[in-house]
Design a protein around this ligand. Structure first.
Ligand code: HEC
Length: 200
């Protein structure tokens, strides 16, 4: 029992301190105290402490299994976070050129070139960030279809880089932007349509 408790303590303490776990523990302890009181066991401190100790172990054990479960699927939360950050950066880079397309802001060549550079730099890192154990967790919007069509999925990244490289130096004014930009960012939307969960 003691070994379990020590193990439980080590493994579960961080989880135990979360508000929810604390609430559960506190209310369970309170219930136990009430039961002891109602049974006139208040005098027997040793017994009561031992019971509380065991009860705590039970609570910790259940917290452990919850923690262990989330740890199993959390294994690749880091990879999911990394790919989201790369996509995030690409989304940010695409924003202003998108506004230029809609003529909301004036054309600016440097901004467009910088966006293309971001795509060229970030995209090649992406294919490796979809390992088999990253299908779930971390609020991923990745669809299972990715792992059923891995080659098509990866080829789309390759095409994005190729199109971004082809557009580099070719977008000198807003007319060129109108013509070339959709070819590049069409890769984004095309892939999202097939492989990314739609926002609710
Ligand atoms: C080959 C497929 C593919 C291509 C090409 C692609 N994306 Fe994505 N994108 C995804 C997938 C899959 C996700 C969901 C990732 C996740 O949630 O784990 C995503 C997510 C995103 C997100 C949300 C990130 C977040 O924080 O949840 C943004 C923004 C984004 N992509 C922008 C872009 C832009 C901009 C481009 C083009 C320059 C692009 N993507 C090209 C597949 C693609």
């Amino acid at each position: 029992m003691r070994a379990v408790f020590v193990y439980a303590n080590q493994k579960a303490m961080p989880a135990f301190y979360r508000p929810l776990s604390n609430d559960i523990a506190n209310s369970a302890l309170q219930t136990a105290r009430q039961i002891y009181a109602s049974q006139g066991l208040m005098g027997s401190m040793c017994f009561r402490l031992k019971e509380l100790y065991m009860l705590r172990t039970l609570i910790l054990a259940s917290v452990i299994s919850a923690t262990a479960f989330s740890a199993a699927s959390a294994q690749n939360v880091e990879v999911i976070k990394q790919r989201k950050e790369l996509f995030e950066a690409m989304g940010k880079a695409a924003k202003d050129p998108g506004k230029m397309m809609k003529q909301e802001i004036p054309f600016d060549k440097a901004t467009v070139e910088a966006a293309l550079d971001t795509f060229i730099e970030k995209t090649p890192k992406l294919p490796d960030l979809f390992p088999d154990d990253s299908k779930e967790g971390g609020k991923t919007e990745a669809l299972p279809a990715i792992w059923q069509n891995k080659k098509d999925f990866t080829d789309r990244f390759t095409k994005l880089v190729a199109d971004a490289k082809a557009a580099k130096g070719m977008i000198g004014d807003e007319f060129a932007l109108m013509e070339k930009w959709p070819t590049v960012v069409g890769n984004c939307g095309g892939c999202h349509k097939k492989y990314r969960e739609k926002k609710k």
